[in-house]
Design a protein around this ligand. Structure first.
Ligand code: GLP
Length: 265
C-alpha cells in the first residue's frame, strides 16, 4: 500500500480529494455507471470540503456517480440528523448537486435489519464495482463498523458496536452515549475489498496506534484495518500525528519525495 505522510490534516484532505477525482473522473469519461464509496465520520470531512470547493470554484462535477455508504446505525428513524444517510447529504452530496436518489445506504430503519443488510449487499454488487472507496479508521482499528474480531471475509451484515466506539461517537449525539445505537449495518471487510481503489484517511495522535497496526502489524481480525494489506490498490493518507508510530515513516517520506509524476494515486 502507498502510505502518504503529510504535514497537516488540510494537506490530507487535498490528497484524498485528488485521489477520489483521479479515480472517478476517468471512469465517468468512459461512461456507464460509476460507483463512489463514501464514508462518514470526521476523518474525511476536509476532503469533502475540498471536493465542494472544487465544485464551487473550479467546476468539478461528479454528476453520473452512484454514491454508496459504508454503514448505517440500526434503529434511527429515516431522516434522523445523525443517520449516516442524512450526514452525507448534509456534508457532501446535496452541495455537490447529487440527487438524493443516487445516494445509497443500508436501511437502518427497516423492520428486518438482517434482511436490509442482505439487500444492501446485493444492491451494491449489482451496481458496482466501487471505483474508489473513501475510508476512515476507528481508534481501535475498525473500518466501516467492522469492529475488532470481524471476519476478514465478511459481507454486509448487522453488527454490535463496542462500548469504545459508542463512546467515541457520543460526540455526535450531544455527548450522550446512551443515545448512540448499539447495532449497525456495515459493509463487510470482504465487501470493502471489492472496491477497485481504497483511500483511507486518518489524522491526529488518537489514530496513530490503529494506523501502525493496520499498516505494519500482522494481518489479523483483531485490527480490521490490517485487511487493507490484502488489497492491490490502497492509498493511506495520514498527517504526521497519525503517522507518528510508523516504523517506516522515513521511507514513506522518501518515496513520496521521489514519486514519479506518472505514478498518480
Ligand atoms: C465511525 C465510522 C467509520 C469511521 C470511524 C472513524 O464510527 N463508522 O466509518 O471511519 O468510525 O471515525 P472518525 O473519522 O470520526 O474518527
Amino acid at each position: 500500500m502507498e502510505v502518504v505522510l503529510l504535514p497537516t490534516p488540510e494537506d490530507c484532505g487535498r490528497v484524498v480529494a485528488d485521489a477520489v477525482v483521479g479515480s472517478v473522473l476517468p471512469a465517468l469519461a468512459r461512461s456507464g455507471p460509476v460507483v463512489l464509496g463514501l464514508a462518514t465520520g470526521s476523518s474525511p470531512l476536509l476532503a469533502y470540503q475540498e471536493l465542494l470547493r472544487r465544485h464551487r470554484d473550479e467546476g468539478l462535477s461528479l454528476t453520473g456517480v452512484q454514491a454508496f455508504l459504508l454503514d448505517e446505525y440500526v434503529g434511527l428513524p429515516a431522516g434522523h440528523p445523525e443517520s449516516y444517510r442524512e450526514v452525507i447529504r448534509r456534508e457532501l452530496t446535496d452541495a455537490l448537486g447529487l440527487d438524493p436518489a443516487v445516494v445509497h445506504g443500508p436501511d437502518g430503519a427497516a423492520a428486518d435489519p438482517l434482511q436490509a443488510a442482505r439487500d444492501y449487499e446485493a444492491q451494491l454488487l449489482a451496481a458496482g464495482p466501487v471505483v474508489v472507496q473513501v475510508l476512515g479508521i476507528g481508534s481501535n482499528g475498525h473500518v466501516g463498523f467492522n469492529e475488532p474480531g470481524s471476519s476478514l471475509a465478511s459481507r454486509t451484515r448487522v453488527k454490535t458496536l463496542t462500548e469504545q466506539t459508542r463512546t467515541d461517537n457520543a460526540r455526535f449525539f450531544g455527548g450522550d452515549v446512551d443515545a448512540v445505537p448499539r447495532h449497525v449495518i456495515t459493509q463487510g471487510l470482504g465487501t470493502i475489498l471489492g472496491a477497485q481503489h481504497l483511500v483511507l484517511v486518518a489524522t491526529g495522535e488518537g489514530k496513530a496506534e490503529a494506523v501502525a497496526a493496520a499498516v505494519e502489524g500482522p494481518l489479523t481480525a483483531s485490527c480490521p484495518g490490517s485487511v487493507l494489506q490484502l488489497h492491490p490498490h490502497v492509498t493511506l493518507v495520514v498527517d504526521e500525528a497519525a503517522g507518528s508510530r510508523l516504523v517506516r515513516a522515513d521511507h514513506h517520506r522518501y518515496v513520496l519525495a521521489h514519486k514519479l509524476a506518472s505514478q498518480g494515486w
